[in-house]
Design a protein around this ligand. Structure first.
Ligand code: SF4
Length: 329
């Protein structure tokens, strides 16, 4: 795909996310890391990760994609969102690149091979804004049988969304709220755009899970939770796992209280009332195992980040043979 389009003699349009920034010569986009150099799009983070870790895949979170495996996880700097609750704001809300740290796509894949991870995750900050680097790594990884995972806010451009299935295997998308105003005024993006991405991803071969950080008095009203659950159930699919994650005071939201387990359980009940099958409460002590929706057998046992696949045979419950959606082998 083309990552940018020439607009006129002195400006280009970046095609990496739905902001579609028009960039005059030497101007940077909203993310701070893509800019126009001699009428070409240059990504300042290409080859310069800000973080590399080996994480359990459950930390992404992905619960129905290669459970109990490790994922080489990398991030860069910059972001196209402005979330006041960002857990990684020290890297996402800066555009300062440490050029001393250099990893070519080949280096990253070699690391995954060295540590025998089944996948590489593009995470920590929004990977859409460094799509050219992620795709170059991912294309090489795919050739070596390593899977590729995005952890994203779902603001990919239409062009990126169309390109992703050629190399990407799974994605976790944050649905941060169901308020148009909140997306626009606080997050500085657009709810409809994220909803459209989710609908396109649900129809693609990419395995999709959704995460919502439940924040007291921000997105935890019954009405908003019902609206989100109805959207997921009717437009995305009741088989799509939905992670309801607990908020803790952070970054610009130090005065907002943590989410109680009671609130998360209420959100889970609302999701269940819409027929969503796999709902997981996260970021707080509680049972996160996967159970067969038909016979109740525990299929995948999770305790913290310790995971054991117990009663699954391929995509079926070992006890009653019921189908379980996901990618398990
Ligand atoms: S990635 Fe998005 S925010 Fe960054 S320059 Fe491109 S269109 Fe703008």
């Amino acid at each position: 795909m083309n990552y940018f389009q020439r607009k006129d003699a002195h400006s280009i349009t970046c095609l990496l996310c739905q902001h579609y920034c028009t960039l005059k010569e030497n101007a940077h986009g909203i993310c701070g890391i893509n800019y126009n150099k001699e009428n070409t799009l240059v990504n300042t983070t290409y080859g310069h990760p800000s973080a590399i870790n080996i994480d359990p895949i459950e930390k992404k979170p992905l619960y129905h994609f290669l459970p109990a495996t490790q994922s080489l996880s990398i991030g860069t700097v910059g972001c196209n969102f402005r979330c006041p609750f960002c857990q990684n704001y020290t890297i996402s809300q800066t555009a300062t690149v440490n050029e001393q740290i250099t990893y070519t796509p080949k280096n990253i894949v070699a690391l995954a091979q060295k540590y025998k991870t089944k996948s590489i995750s593009y995470t920590y900050n929004e990977p859409t804004i460094w799509y050219p680097y992620a795709k170059d790594i991912g294309t090489l990884a795919k050739e070596s049988g390593i899977k590729n995972i995005f952890v994203s806010s779902g603001y990919e451009s239409k062009e990126v969304l169309e390109d992703m299935p050629s190399w990407l295997d799974a994605i976790n998308v944050d649905l941060k709220s169901f308020s148009h105003e909140y997306y626009k005024k606080v997050l500085k993006t657009n709810l409809d755009g994220v909803k459209e991405s989710l609908e396109l991803l649900a129809q693609s071969p990419i395995w999709l899970e959704i995460t919502t950080l439940i924040i007291p008095d921000v997105n935890d009203s019954d009405a908003e939770l019902h609206a989100m659950a109805e959207f997921i159930a009717t437009k995305i699919g009741v088989e799509t796992p939905w992670h309801l994650s607990a908020f803790y005071p952070n970054y610009k939201m130090q005065d907002t209280p943590s989410t109680s387990l009671k609130t998360l359980q209420r959100a889970k009940e609302i999701a269940q009332s819409h027929g969503i099958k796999y709902i997981y409460i996260g970021n707080i002590l509680n049972d996160t195992s996967t159970y067969c929706e038909k016979c109740g057998t525990r299929l995948i046992h999770r305790e913290g980040y310790k995971t054991q696949v117990e009663n699954l045979k391929g995509n079926h419950c070992k006890v009653c043979n019921n189908f379980v959606a996901g990618v398990f082998s």
